[in-house]
Design a protein around this ligand. Structure first.
Ligand SMILES: [Zn+2]
Length: 127
């Protein structure tokens, strides 16, 4: 341990960061798989789909497609958040709020390790 650290930089113990990183990577993989699954379920991606549908079938497909798009968007957002947390972890910034730089509550991180904002900043953003 020769690395110099200022007192304010005492962050997360390294021993905790490795498993968190692994967890985040695993979650990203899982979500990617889920995204693929949703995409496959999208009626628009069905290659056997006929163009000459009845109006009702068309509506069903539209709804199915719309539904898939929303779900994919949601999963994609989660993936971005996880990647962001992983990047911050690699930069040694894990556990610090990306907005105010304060340490994020560890209870909050335990429940939601992908979080990159403290509760105060999160609330500010959502209000
Ligand atoms: Zn903050």
């Amino acid at each position: 341990m020769t690395k110099k650290q200022s007192k304010s930089e005492v962050g997360f113990p390294q021993a905790l960061l490795a498993p968190i990183g692994k967890f985040l990577e695993k979650e990203i993989l899982k979500l990617n798989k889920r995204k693929e699954k949703i995409k496959k379920a999208d009626p628009f991606s069905d290659e056997g789909r006929t163009i000459e549908n009845s109006l009702e079938e068309d509506v069903d497909e539209q709804i199915g497609h719309f539904d898939a798009e929303i779900k994919v968007g949601f999963v994609a957002k989660q993936i971005i958040q996880l990647r962001k947390a992983l990047t911050r972890l690699r930069l040694g910034k894990f556990g610090y709020c990306e907005e105010c730089g304060e340490m994020i509550d560890t209870d909050r991180l335990a429940v939601k390790p992908e979080t990159t904002r403290c509760i105060k900043c999160e609330n500010k953003r959502n209000s």
